[in-house]
Design a protein around this ligand. Sequence first.
Ligand code: FE2
Length: 459
Amino acid sequence: MFHFPRLSVTHKIIAGILLGFVLNVYLIMAISEEQLEKAMMEQVTKQAQSYLLGLSLQMERMPAETTGEQYRQIILAGMAEERHEFLYFSPLEIYLYSKTGKVISHSQEGTHADKPMEGVYGRVIRQGKPQISMEIKGKTNGGSNNHPTIDVIIPVRLASTEYNAGLEAELDMGELLDLIRSNDDSYEKQIFLLSTSTALLVFLLVWGLIHRLILRHIYQFAETMRAFGAGAMEQRIPAPLPKDEVGQLGLAINSMADNIERLMREQEENYLQTLQSLSKALEAKDAYTQSHSARVSKYAVMLGRHMGMPKEKLNVLQKGALMHDLGKIGISDAILNKPAPLTDEEFSIMKTHATYTATIMRPLHRFHEFLEIAAWHHERWDGKGYPDGLQGEQIPLLARIVSIADTWDAMTGDRVYRKGMPKEKALAILAKEWNSGQWDPQLMQLFIRMIEENSTLEK
Ligand SMILES: [Fe+2]
């Protein structure tokens, strides 16, 4: 089955204008050619009539006894006159006939048959009106040339007050046709140039207008909506929008985006509240994790601020760190609150909390960094961490920060089964271990320096 190729709006407009242009040129040329031929034919017919009228006036001034030969002299003189050069025809034969049909005089010598009076010849005399056959009809001349001719018959009053004779002329139109044809060429060229340039101008104007008023806006709308759809919820079609239908569409799109964004934010806020409720539940189940998370959040924000992070980022870091172990709600109390180090099996169960937290965080599209912190705060710089074995800068920055803050609190914070170690001891260990492969070494150095500075301040 045949499928039409997909055309862009621009292509369709160009195709439409080109089609219109071709039709336009064709119509203009056809109409003007016809008009030109018609006008020239009318002109020539009038000329032929007044030419014959001139001859007939001379004949009508002749007395009653004028012979056929004398009329013939008038005809021949008329045919030979120089003014023929200004006429677009040349007389082939002219003759005078009486109202009985007898040929009185003929431009060509010899005998000529009588004219039948029941038809056009008689009617011209009876009605006193000239007869012109407008069609160009072929006449074989010597058997080789096909000369188009027209016939003109006018009524004549020979020594009488009433029409009593007819004068007929057969006129060769070859010159006229030559003229039309030679004129046609230059005329066609002019028409073609004129209509081509007009069509081009119209095309540029129409295309420019359509592009300016519609297409460029549509491209912009599509781009904005694509970005919006890909998650950039703050994307809007920029002002100023035109005050027309296109502008209305833009406003409608922006308003729809506003609503979608509001709904999404509401949904996320709700979900965030749910997570906070979960945190409370976890607190009831595991008091250590809750206070531990609060401290991790505090240290992480300290390090973030020390690094010069912007306020919004610090806010994300603070909340993300608070909830980084939320998945522990799915770990049994026996493991969570075990007052002794975990067995291998228990530890592997404990490890699942990272993935579990990430799963809980997944619907928070706008707060994807919460998920990153939750999923990867147990990854190691050397790639030997869990759950995904990410290494180096594959691990998101916020997760690397939380990893350090988590370590610090695990060392210095009190546990169910042991008291935390003093800061100085923890600092001494980290000063040895900073480049062991567990943490981002640069971040760890920053952290150590920060804790040392704070300790100095505290003293
Ligand atoms: Fe954890």
